[in-house]
Design a protein. Structure first.
Lengths: 293, 798
C-alpha cells in the first residue's frame, strides 16, 4: 500500500467557505474533488500538500447540467458519470458521451469531476480537449468575485491553470449554436489508459449548408490540449466534403507538437492527429445530418 | 479420446451441478471465502504489538554509496529501528544466496546496482511513520555509468557491475549450450531453405494483484520464528532461511496463507522477507513488511528478457530439418533465476518444439545489467515461454518463405504418435502426445478455411485481418530428483492423508495454491481414489508445521508432482482399507472388489463395506486383521519419473484498424491437451487466465528502462495489463492424451496458455501485416509499434 505524507484535511460545505479557506492557506492547500489524480500523486509522494480541502459536499451547489437557450452550463463538481448519462447533453454535444465512454473506468467516472479534470491540466486529458473543441469558457470564483476565462487562457502549461491559489473553478459554459454537432475519438493502448492521441471536433453549418465554423481539439500532442484555429479558417464557407476533412487532418498534423514516449513515436502521434481529425470531422458532419458513422 | 468442448466457459455453470465424487466439474471449495471477501492474506494479519517496516530504495541504477546518515530517521518519535547495509554486514547478513548460486545484497553496502535496490529499512509503529522516516535518511551516492543495453554489457568498456565478486572483470554470468553444434551446422549446410530471424522477448513482469510481503514474529523465549509470507514454496524457503540465517530449521515455521496470485513472482526469497526477520529479531516484536505496487514492479522477479536469433533449415517441400539459436539473456544485477541448478537457462532446451528434427543447437550467453534481478517468473515453465515463442515464430517465418500454410507446415513436421516416448535432439524425452488431432480440432473450431476466405475478401477491400497459429509442447512437473534440484533440494513432493473415524479425511500437501484451486483439485484426486466425497476432504497446505516437505508450486508442477503424490497416498490408504475390509467381511483380500467408495465380496453384492465403515473399524474397538495397525492414514514422497509434456493448438484472429494500427483480438481458439482432466472448470479458468496473460504480453506489457536505468514501468498506468475489454470470448476445446508415467495420467496445465498464446497473437498480427512486406514484429504490439511496422520499420523494443 502506498501511503502519502501527513496532511491536514478539511471538508467544506459551500464555495464561499472553500474560497475563504484557500485565501487563508495559500499554496500549501489543494482542493480535492474526485481525487483520482491527486491522491495517487500524493501516495507516490510526487505531490505533497499540507492541507487538503475536500469539496465533494459542493456537489449540490456545483453539480449540474443546465440547458438554457444558447448556452449549456455545467457545474465544476458534475461527475463523469453524470456527463456520460445526460441525454440532454448528448443531444446538444454528442462529443461528451463519445469522450466519457473512453475516460478511465466506471470507478473513476463515478467519482471524478469536470472541474477536477480541467484543473489537473494533464496534456492528455480528454475533457480538456472536449472543452477546447466546444469553445467553452470557465467561471472562476475568488475572494473578489467571479471572472470568466476562455479555454485558451485557462490552461497555461502542463498541470498549470489560470486558477489562482485562492480561487475555485465553479462552472464551465458552452455556447450552443444551431445546425451543429460534434464527435470525439481516442486511441489508447488499453482501456483506461491515457490517450496516445485523441481528437474532438465540432462543426456548425450555416443556413445554406456551408460550414459556418469548425473546431478541432487535440489531446496528448502538446503541452496542453489545443484547439487548431487554422482548421476553422480552412473550412469556413466550404461545403462539407471528404477532401476537406483530409485537409483539416493535414493542418492538425502540421500544427501539433507530439513527443516520442512509451505511448508512441512522435511520427505515429502526428499520423494519429491527422487520422483522428478526419474521423471526428466526418462523424460530426454525419451527425448534423442525423447519421452515425 | 477426443471430446469437443467449445465455449467451455458457458457450459461450466450448467455442469457444476454434477457434484462429482472424484474428477469432474465442480465449483471451487475455496471460492465462498474469496467471493465474500473472507480470504486471509498476509496483509490481513494483525498481531498484538506488531510494527511496520518500510524499505529505502536506490533512486539510481548504478552508484557507489559514500555515506548513509540515519540520525534524523532514528529521531522520529514513532521509529523503533533503522538498519543499513553496514549494520547487516556486521552480522554477516548483508548478502544472501540467490536460487542460482549467485549472491544478492539484502541491503546494499558498497554500491547500488539497480534502481529500486534495497538500501536501508525502518521499523516504526505504523506504516505511515515508517514511510515518512525513509525521507529522513540521507544517502550520499557517487553515480556510476549504468549498463542498460544488454548488447553492450560484454564490451570491454562496460563498467563492471559485480565487483563484489572476487576477480570479476566483466559482466558475464554464464555460457550455456545444448544440442549438437557440428551436426546442426552440417544439416544447415545442405538444406534447401534457411530462414533467420532476430526475435526479442521483452522483459515483462508477473504483476500479481497481491504484492509481496511478510510478517515475521520471533519469539525470544522459545527461540521460534514464525514467518507469514507471500511464498509459492514455503518448505524450500524455510530450509533456505535455516541454512542462510543459521536458525535451527525446527524453530522456523513458514506460513503461506491465501496468496493473491504468484505467477513465479513469489518463488524467490526477496530482501524484504529477510529484513522483516531481522526487524523482528532486533525489536522482539512482530514486524510486517508489505511492498507497494511500485516496489513490486521495479524490484521483484521479472521474466523473459531474451534477445534471440532463430534459424531454421528445411527442404523445399517443407520438411523441417534443424533449428539453431543464439540467445543473449539479460539477468539483471544479480543472477536470481529460480530454476533447477543443472538448468541455468531453465527448460529452454525444448525450443525444438513439437517437431521431429534431425538436429538442433542452442548457444546462450547470460549477462549482468543494472536492472532488477530475477529471470524465471511469470508462468513461464522455466523459460519454455521463450522457447515456444522462438520456435513458433521461426516456423511461421519459414511458412512465409515457403509460401505454405502455417497449419500445413506444422502438420507435416509433427512428432508422430508412434514416436512417443520421443527423445528430442536436445535430450528431452516427451512422454506422450498426439498432435494432429489437437491441431485438427482447433482448425475445425476456428473454421479455419472460412477464415482464410474471409481474409482474402477483406484484403481485397483494404481491410487488415490476420490469422495466427501456434502449437506448443511444454515440459512441466519438475522434476526427477536425479536431474533436478534447487540449491541441493530435490524436487520430489511429500503428501500425507488421514481418514478420520467417521470417514472424513484430511490431505496435507507441500505445494501451495496462489489461486489454482488446490483445495478443490486435490480433494477431487483423493475422492476419485477413495470414494470419499470431495466436500468431506480437507486440504491443508501452506504451513510448514502442518505439511510434509516439498518444493512448492511453480512451473505447472503441482498436479504432475503433488497430484501424483495425492493419488498414490490415497491408493496406499485404500490398500490398508482392503486389509481391514477383508477382516470385516471375513473373506480373503483376493475376493474383494473395489468400486469407488466400497469393497464388495466378489459374487455377493450384499456383502459390502464402505470406506466410511472401514474408517470407523480402523479406529474402533473391534478386531483388525493380524498385523494391521489401527488408524487409516498414509504418507508418501513422490519422485517423478519424468516431466509431463502437455500440448496445445491455438488459433487467433485479429483485426487491425488501418488508420490507427490498433490491434483487436477478435477470436481466440485454444485446444489444450493436458492428459487426464481432473476438474475441467478449473482447467478452463487457468486457460482463460493464461490467454489473457498472452494478450498482455503480445500487445502491451513491457518493463522498460531509459538509458540511465530508470524503470519506466513502475505503476499499473505505465505497465499495462489487459482488462476484459481487450480480450475476446475465449473458445476452448480439448483432447486427452494421458501421461503414461503419472498415476492418473494428468499433466500440468497452469502455464500452457501463457506459453502458447503470445506466438499465436504475434503470428496473427504478422499475418495481417504480410501485405506490408512484414515477416516479423516484436512484442509488445502497441498501436504505435504496429504502425511503425506498417511503415516498413518494425523496430525491436530495445
Amino acid at each position: 500500500m502506498q501511503v502519502p505524507a501527513p496532511f491536514e484535511y478539511q471538508r467544506v460545505g459551500t464555495v464561499d467557505e472553500a474560497v475563504t479557506l484557500l485565501d487563508r492557506l495559500g499554496d500549501t492547500a489543494r482542493l480535492v474533488a474526485g481525487g483520482h489524480s491527486l491522491i495517487p500523486m500524493m501516495k507516490l509522494r510526487l505531490a505533497n500538500f499540507e492541507y487538503l480541502i475536500d469539496i465533494n459536499e459542493l456537489h449540490d451547489e456545483l453539480g449540474h447540467i443546465r440547458v438554457e437557450p444558447g448556452l449549456i452550463r455545467i457545474g465544476a463538481m458534475t461527475r463523469h458519470r453524470e456527463l456520460l448519462e445526460s441525454d440532454e447533453l448528448a443531444a446538444a454535444f454528442p462529443i461528451f458521451r463519445d469522450a466519457e465512454r473512453v475516460i478511465a473506468d466506471p470507478v473513476v467516472r463515478n467519482r471524478g469531476t469536470l472541474g477536477g479534470s480541467l484543473c489537473q491540466a494533464d496534456p492528455s486529458e480528454d475533457l480538456s480537449a472536449v472543452c477546447t473543441t466546444l469553445d467553452a469558457s470557465c467561471v472562476i470564483r475568488g475572494t473578489d468575485g467571479e471572472r470568466v476565462v476562455s479555454m485558451e487562457d485557462f490552461h497555461q502549461g502542463p498541470y498549470e491553470t489560470a486558477v489562482g491559489d485562492a480561487e475555485i473553478l465553479t462552472e464551465v459554459r458552452f455556447p450552443v449554436r444551431p445546425r451543429g454537432s460534434s464527435a470525439y475519438e481516442k486511441v489508447e493502448r488499453r482501456a483506461g489508459d491515457w490517450a496516445v492521441v485523441s481528437a474532438g471536433a465540432a462543426l456548425w453549418l450555416d443556413e445554406s449548408g456551408l460550414i459556418a465554423n469548425a473546431r478541432v481539439g487535440l489531446a496528448a500532442v502538446g503541452p496542453n490540449t489545443a484547439g487548431i484555429p487554422g482548421i476553422a479558417d480552412a473550412l469556413r464557407g466550404q461545403p462539407p466534403a471528404e477532401e476537406l476533412w483530409a485537409r483539416a487532418g493535414d493542418i492538425a498534423a502540421e500544427s501539433c507538437s507530439p513527443a516520442t514516449d512509451r505511448r508512441g513515436s512522435a511520427e505515429y502521434k502526428r499520423h494519429l492527429a491527422r487520422e483522428l481529425t478526419m474521423r471526428v470531422l466526418r462523424r460530426a458532419a454525419a451527425r448534423i445530418n442525423g447519421q452515425e458513422v | 479420446m477426443t471430446t469437443v468442448a467449445a465455449n467451455g466457459h458457458r457450459t461450466a455453470f450448467v455442469d457444476n451441478d454434477g457434484k462429482p465424487n472424484g474428477h469432474g466439474r465442480m465449483l471451487r471449495k475455496e471460492d465462498p471465502r474469496f467471493v465474500r471477501g473472507r480470504g486471509r492474506y498476509v496483509d490481513d494479519l494483525q498481531l498484538p504489538g506488531m510494527l511496520h517496516l518500510a524499505i529505502l530504495r536506490s533512486p539510481l541504477a548504478h552508484a557507489r554509496i559514500l555515506s548513509v546518515d540515519t540520525t534524523l530517521a532514528e529521531a522520529h518519535p514513532k521509529v523503533r529501528l533503522v538498519v543499513t547495509g553496514a549494520m547487516l554486514a556486521e552480522k554477516g547478513l548483508a548478502w544472501m544466496p540467490t536460487l542460482s548460486n549467485d549472491v544478492q545484497a539484502v541491503l546494499a553496502t558498497d554500491k547500488v546496482r539497480f534502481q529500486g535496490q534495497e538500501v536501508a529499512f525502518v521499523v516504526a509503529e505504523d506504516r505511515y511513520a515508517a514511510r515518512d522516516a525513509l525521507e529522513l535518511i540521507d544517502v550520499e551516492y557517487e553515480p556510476l555509468d549504468a549498463v542498460i543495453d544488454v548488447r553492450t554489457a560484454l564490451s570491454p568498456e562496460a563498467p563492471v557491475i559485480r565487483d563484489d565478486l572476487e576477480g570479476k572483470a566483466d559482466n558475464h554470468v554464464f555460457d550455456w549450450e545444448t544440442g549438437d553444434a557440428a551436426a546442426t551446422d552440417e544439416v544447415f549446410r545442405r538444406a534447401d531453405v534457411v530462414v533467420s530471424q532476430d526475435i526479442v522477448y521483452p522483459r515483462v513482469h508477473p504483476a500479481p494483484m497481491e504484492t509481496c510481503g511478510a510478517v515475521a514474529d520471533y519469539d525470544a523465549v522459545d527461540g521460534k520464528l514464525t514467518l507469514w509470507s507471500t511464498t509459492q514454496a514455503p518448505h524450500a524457503h524455510r530450509t533456505l532461511y535455516a541454512i542462510v540465517a543459521g536458525l535451527p530449521e525446527h524453530k522456523i515455521r513458514v506460513v503461506s496463507p491465501d496468496i493473491g496470485g504468484g505467477f513465479g513472482n513469489k518463488v524467490p526469497i526477496y530482501p524484504g522477507y529477510v529484513c522483516a526477520i531481522v526487524g523482528s529479531l532486533l525489536t522482539g516484536k512482530p514486524v510486517k513488511w508489505m511492498e507497494d505496487r511500485a516496489e513490486n514492479l521495479i524490484s521483484t522477479g521479472f521474466a523473459r528478457d531474451y534477445i534471440m536469433r532463430g534459424e531454421i533449415a528445411a527442404t523445399r517441400e517443407g520438411r523441417i530439418l534443424a533449428i539453431r539459436t543464439h540467445v543473449l539473456a539479460d539477468h539483471g544485477a544479480f543472477n536470481g533465476v529460480a530454476a533447477p541448478v543443472k538448468y541455468p537457462a531453465g527448460f529452454f532446451g525444448v525450443f525444438t518444439g513439437s517437431y521431429d528434427l534431425e538436429a538442433a543447437y542452442c548457444k546462450m550467453t547470460a549477462v549482468y545489467t543494472n536492472k532488477a534481478p530475477g529471470g524465471v517468473a511469470y508462468a513461464c515453465s522455466f523459460r519454455i515461454t521463450e522457447a515456444v515463442y522462438l520456435v513458433e515464430r521461426i516456423v511461421d517465418c519459414l511458412a512465409d518463405e515457403l509460401r505454405m500454410d502455417p497449419i500445413e507446415l506444422r502438420m507435416k513436421n509433427f512428432i508422430r504418435p508412434e514416436q512417443f516416448p520421443y527423445r528430442t535432439k536436445t535430450g528431452w524425452v516427451y512422454d506422450s502426445g498426439n498432435y494432429a488431432p489437437t491441431m485438427e480440432l482447433a482448425k475445425q473450431l476456428a473454421g479455419y478455411d472460412e477464415l482464410r476466405a474471409e481474409q482474402a475478401e477483406k484484403r481485397a477491400r483494404g481491410e487488415i485481418m490476420g490469422i495466427g497459429v501456434s502449437f506448443f509442447t511444454e515440459a512441466v512437473g519438475a522434476g526427477p530428483r536425479k536431474d533436478m534440484d534447487i540449491l541441493g533440494l530435490g524436487m520430489a513432493d511429500g503428501c500425507e492423508l488421514r481418514v478420520h473415524p467417521t470417514g472424513k479425511a484430511v490431505v496435507r500437501l507441500s505445494v501451495q495454491s496462489q489461486g489454482q484451486g488446490h483445495e478443490t483439485t486435490f480433494a477431487q484426486i483423493v475422492a476419485e481414489e477413495l470414494g470419499i466425497p470431495p466436500q468431506d476432504i480437507e486440504v491443508v497446505h501452506g504451513d510448514t508445521d502442518q505439511t510434509p516437505f516439498g518444493l512448492g508450486t511453480y512451473g505447472s508442477r503441482s498436479t504432475p508432482v503433488s497430484g501424483a503424490a495425492a493419488a498414490l497416498v490415497a491408493r496406499k490408504v485404500r490398500d490398508k482399507a482392503r486389509l481391514i475390509a477383508s477382516g470385516m467381511l471375513e473373506v480373503s483380500v483376493a475376493d474383494l472388489e473395489w468400486e469407488k467408495g466400497s469393497f464388495t465380496v466378489a459374487g455377493d453384492p450384499n456383502a459390502s463395506v464402505s470406506i466410511q465403515d472401514i474408517a470407523m473399524r480402523a479406529h474402533g474397538a473391534g478386531d483388525l486383521p493380524e498385523g494391521v495397525e489401527g488408524g487409516l492414514e498414509a504418507q508418501i514422497c513422490y519422485n517423478p519419473e519424468n516431466l509431463t509434456y502437455p500440448h496445445g493448438a491455438y488459433i487467433c484472429v485479429v483485426d487491425i484498424d488501418p488508420g490507427t494500427a490498433k490491434v483487436t483480438v477478435r477470436r481466440f481458439v485454444a485446444v489444450d491437451d493436458c492428459g487426464t482432466r481432473i476438474n475441467p472448470m478449473i482447467i478452463e479458468g487457468q486457460v482463460h487466465g493464461g490467454l489473457t496473460d498472452g494478450v498482455g504480453m503480445a500487445l502491451m506489457e513491457m518493463i522498460a528502462f531509459d538509458e540511465d536505468g530508470n524503470c519506466l514501468s513502475g505503476s499499473l498506468m505505465d505497465y499495462l495489463i489487459p482488462t476484459a475489454l481487450e480480450v475476446p470470448d475465449w473458445e476452448t476445446g480439448f483432447t486427452v492424451t494421458p501421461s503414461p508415467h503419472h498415476p492418473i495420467g494428468a499433466k500440468g496445465v497452469g502455464e500452457s496458455a501463457t506459453v502458447g498464446s503470445p506466438p499465436a497473437i504475434v503470428n496473427a498480427v504478422v499475418d495481417a501485416l504480410s501485405p506490408f512486406g512484414i515477416r516479423h514484429a516484436d512484442m509488445p504490439l502497441t498501436p504505435s509499434r504496429v504502425w511503425e511496422a506498417m511503415q516498413g520499420r518494425p523496430l525491436p523494443p530495445i
